[in-house]
Design a binder for this molecule. Structure first.
Ligand code: MRU
Length: 351
């Protein structure tokens, strides 16, 4: 199965199911997972079967539409209560990516109409979830067009984690300019950090880019500095899980280190993200909740056997916040925002 012919998240109307690619099995196996109950949808988000900010949002939106119909509410009031409850439950799956809360809020808002029947309201939920999916494809393509203006043939591009097709529906955010470059015959040398501890760079980014025929080289996270020192990297582009009003950007743990390195070596550092990742209600990065995950992800997951002493203290923050002063620009579907972000992000948001 060609991963690029399958949507990362989709809605099977006939089966009334959320369908995801189970990313925990990649790159070894491409398996579609239909999900129809609340606990398995929550589990899929929590344990990163579906992950990446926009994909989490889309999955939660479809999940909410699926669950609402399954509950077969007897009145519009009951439907709204059910949706509120399921929305709060799914929102507790992961704390950092704002797209999750954005998509759930959008679904709840879709019920703010005078419907003449429960079925009409359920249909509004279904079509809102489908719009979120369709818009994501268009948004990422535009991010790609805007990002492509920063690239030239022969450049070395470094990315971290997976802000690719597997984190969205189709093009990805950080990878969108890379896919458009490939479409247009522009040759890039792409470097993918493996991204400890969950290896999204190795399992997902290196996989999807090489499946598309891109020139991608995988490296351990601690090799980024030497790649920069050797002059292999001309630009860094990563995704984001939440961008505060002042441009501080939360992304996968390790992104901050790359931004610091890029500054040292005079390499431009860009974040690529849709407006659904920009949280103007959060003034700066200190207000972004950083997810703390289980120690076993560091000590044993993805190792053939445990690689740390029993009982050792472990830190496992899933994200870090890159200070806006380290970010050269934020590539969005509406254009590339430049400092000062407080002004540029607001101006783009109002467009
Ligand atoms: O923990 P994950 O795999 O969900 O983290 C994903 C990232 O950090 C991505 O860079 C971010 O969500 C942007 S995805 C377009």
């Amino acid at each position: 199965m060609d991963i690029h012919n399958i949507d990362t998240v989709s809605f099977d109307r006939e089966a009334n199911a959320l369908v995801i690619i189970d990313q925990t099995l990649l790159p070894g196996e491409v398996r579609l997972l239909p999900l129809t109950d609340r606990d398995s949808i929550f589990e899929a988000i929590r344990y990163l079967r579906v992950r990446g900010a926009p994909a989490i949002g889309a999955a939660a939106a479809v999940g909410l539409a699926v669950l609402a119909a399954r509950r077969a509410p007897s009145s519009l009031e009951a439907l709204k209560e059910d949706v509120k409850e399921d929305s709060a439950f799914l929102a507790s799956a992961r704390p950092t990516a704002v797209n999750l809360f954005w998509a759930l809020a959008r679904m709840e808002k879709a019920l703010d109409h005078d419907f003449s029947s429960v079925e009409e309201a359920l249909e509004a939920l279904r079509s809102e979830a489908e719009s979120i999916i369709a818009e994501d494809v268009e948004t990422c393509r535009r991010i790609g067009e805007n990002g492509l203006t920063l690239l030239r043939g022969g450049m070395g591009v470094l990315t971290h984690c997976n802000a690719g097709k597997l984190a969205t529906i189709k093009y990805g955010t950080a990878t969108a300019p890379m896919y458009l470059a490939l479409e247009r015959g522009m040759k890039l040398r792409i470097y993918a950090d493996e991204t400890r501890p969950l290896l999204q760079g190795a399992r997902l980014t290196a996989y999807e880019l090489s499946a598309a025929g891109a020139d991608v080289t995988l490296q351990c996270d601690d090799m980024a500095a030497s790649a920069m020192a050797e002059g292999l990297i001309d630009i860094v582009i990563t995704g984001a899980d939440r961008i505060a009003a002042n441009g501080d950007a939360a992304n996968k743990i390790g992104t901050l280190g790359l931004a610091v390195l890029a500054k040292h070596y005079g390499i431009p550092f860009y974040i690529a993200a849709p407006f659904s990742t920009i949280d103007l209600a959060t003034p700066d990065g200190s207000g972004i909740k950083i997810e703390q995950r289980d120690a076993s992800e560091v000590t044993e997951l993805w190792y053939a056997r445990r690689m740390a002493p029993e009982g050792v203290k472990v830190r496992n923050p899933a994200f870090d916040v890159t200070d806006h002063s380290l970010i050269t620009g934020i590539i969005t579907e509406r254009g590339v925002a430049r400092p000062d972000y407080l002004t540029s992000l607001r101006t783009l948001a109002e467009e």
